[in-house]
Design a protein around this ligand. Sequence first.
Ligand code: RIB
Length: 307
Amino acid sequence: MAGPLLVIGSVNYDLIFRHARLPQAGETISGTELFESCGGKGANQAVAAVRCRGHLGNAAPPVLFGGAVGNDAHAAAQRRVFEEDELDTRYLLVLDDCHTGLSAVWVEAATGDNRIMNSPGANSRLTADALAAAPIEEAGLLLIQNETPADGVRSAIERAHGANVPVIWNPAPIDAGSDPGIDPGQIAWVTPNEVECAVLLGRPGERIDAASSADAASELLDLGYRGAALTLGPAGVMLAQPGSAPTLVPAPKVDAIDTTGAGDAFNGAFAAALLGSADSRKAALFGVRYASDSVTRRGTQTSFARW
Ligand code: RIB
C-alpha cells in the first residue's frame, strides 16, 4: 500500500473521574479522583498510530489527521500534543463559533471499566462539505470512526472506496436507533467492540463475549464486511476474513487501571501496522499488545506509550 495513513474523526477533551464505584441515579459521589487528558476517538487513534511507529521500523507510515476543534484552551492542549507527536494536522479545522468536544468519563477503580458522556461541539461540524479538501483519494489507508456526523463518515468512506483506498471503520459510538448507512462492502476492516457488534448485527443489547465472538465475527462477514476485528477487552481480538475460520488474537495479562481509549489504541496501532504489512494477524497482535499496555496507565492519550 502506498500513501499515508489518514485518520479522520473526533477531538474531545476528557475529564476522567475515577472512583471505587459509579453513582446510581439520583446519587452524588464526591471525593473522586480527577484526571484530564486530550481525547476523542479520532484524535486518540491518530496519536496511537503515530506513537507506535518506532516499533514498525521502515514500515512506519506517515500519519495525517482530519478533524474539527473550537478556538479554545482544550484545542490548544490537543494541538500541543499533536505538535509533540509530529502529527500532520493540515486538515484540522479550527472553528471560532463552537467549543472543542468535551467528554465526561467515569472509571470504576476496581475494574478500570469506563462509561462516557460526550458533548460534541466542533465535532458536529465535520460534515461531508467540511471534509471536501481532505486528501482521502491519496491515502494508503483511511481509519475513521462514528463520533462525527454520519454524512461526513459515509462520504469519506465512499470516496475512499471509489479510489481503491482500504478503509478501517471503527463503528464507535453506535446508536441502535440510527443507521449510519455504511455499505459493508466498502469496509476492508470493521472493528466494533462487543456492544457495537451486537448493534451492527441488529441485536442491540445481546451479550457477545469471547465464547460467541467467532460466530459474531463470521456474521459480520455475512453482512458483507470484508474483514472483522471484534475487540473483546482483556480477551483480545477475534479476527475474521472470508475463506478462513475466525481466530482469536489473545491479549497479554495486565493489571488494568483505566481502559478508556483502549479500543482507540488498538485501532491506531492496528492501522499503522496494517499499512506496512499484508499480515493482518500480525497487525492485530501488534494492536492488541499496544492497547493492553495502554490500560496500565491513566487517561486516554496520556496512556499511549511512545514505542
Ligand atoms: O474511546 C475513548 C474516547 O471516547 C474518549 O477519549 C472520549 O472523548 C470519547 O470520545
